[in-house]
Ligand binder design. Sequence first.
Ligand code: NAI
Ligand code: MG
Length: 484
Amino acid sequence: MTQHIDFGSLPLNPFIDGKRIALSGDVVPTYDPASASVLCNVPVSDENLVADAVRSAKRALKGPWAKVTPAERSRMLFRVAQLIRHDAARLATLESLDSGKPLREAKGDIETSARYFEYYAGIADKLQGDTIPLGPDFVSFTLHEPVGVTAHIIPWNFPLVTTARGLAPALAAGCTAVVKPAEQTPLTALVLADILTEAGVPPGVVNVVCGPGDVTGASLVNHPDVAHVTFTGSVETGKSVMRAAAGHVASVTMELGGKSPVVVLADANLDEALAGTLKAAFMNAGQVCSAGSRLVIEKSCADDFLAKLKARIGDFTYGRGLDDPDIGPLVSDEQLQRVGNIVAQSRKSGAEVLIGGNVKRPANLAGWFHEPTVLLAHDRRNQAVQEEIFGPVLTVQIADDFDHACELAEDTPFGLVGGIYTKDVSKALRFSRHLSAGQVFINQYFAGGVETPFGGTKNSGFGREKGLEGLKAYYHVKTVTARL
Ligand code: NAI
Ligand code: MG
């Protein structure tokens, strides 16, 4: 199920106040990462256009959007979900082409995007405050009010699904939004603007601006009328976004990187643990913030497990995302270089290559591929253990026993996710308590869905998205107290 894309008719211009703004200035090319060829050139929104987008979102907040009842808001969001599903073939094709991700994963992303709108549609008319008992002479109650104009800075690894993850709860809570997709993968967010219009979302409620982070992104997060920034991306850029938001006291949600462990104990169902580890490490060629990029395995089962792991990886297919391979390309040449450099440095400082380790050139494809790679790290300070690589690279650490596994699992600057495979419920729950992380997966890596809160600790950031927790960033609680 792929669909022909007519690139000439794609909406590439910024979407502001319900209209496409024709631009003749700078453009940023977006590439097909499999062939390294340009798909299309996307106009850059400069500081003035970003200001127009924020103005339009601010006007809509107190204007048309405030007049829409929560029940109608809910119906609109349900319609968005329906329209995404209706357009799923085209959106998945576009996402796979623009990011390089395997088509089945792109289809999964599109369905999850629809689910976000559906899930938060269901709460839009149920967000209600409390009454607070102060005795006979007072009435006190709380109002849930939208925080205001929200900015959404989107990364390239999950373009539409990250947009939906922030936008759906923001709209459900009554906020308006300006979305800035990543320059490597702007296409599905641009198409989403048309879907929102078709669903009846009024002009100005959602605006989409494209361009480089230091131009378009920085103008947006520095804008004094932005009340909240939802950011997903690198730690360094996250810090710079926090500094910008501090300048006008905007709140932030920071979803930064990870170096998440998959702990496999000897008593686990090792076939399931193997399948789980492969998915954890190599989904989207490892370009996943919550990837299980570190296998921490109990010594007594390690030899056998690693032999099977290598055999399975040896059979992996490579290719264009649209051909649905096991491993697609990395999103950009820059990302390929970055992955190559970390692998090279880690090898120099003692990590042992068990399989892979090199740039890969599949036949007839000029794009940015890297072999799925497994590095055995003898030293826990090795770069491959401590740094997010964001490529198809799994680092292995051997643990003497459960306690040692817990210690190794914890010892990185990140705290996004942790997984454990074991039949021992006590150990699984002890691990869950022990690990600094926003979420723990027991016997199924990536378990959960749009309903389960998600976010980080330590360098992985703070704030929670998904689930009911994910709404909290988008409303303020106002208390009204009357003396009778
Ligand atoms: P990045 O953090 O620079 O980019 C993410 C988004 O932030 C993009 O939309 C970008 O245009 C925007 N941005 C960049 N500078 C900005 C600024 N000053 N103000 C506002 N917005 C700005 O990440 P990049 O360079 O694409 O990837 C580098 C590394 O970051 C990856 O290798 C990976 O380790 C990590 N990363 C983590 C992600 C996650 O899911 N947590 C997603 C993407 C990257
Ligand atoms: Mg692209």
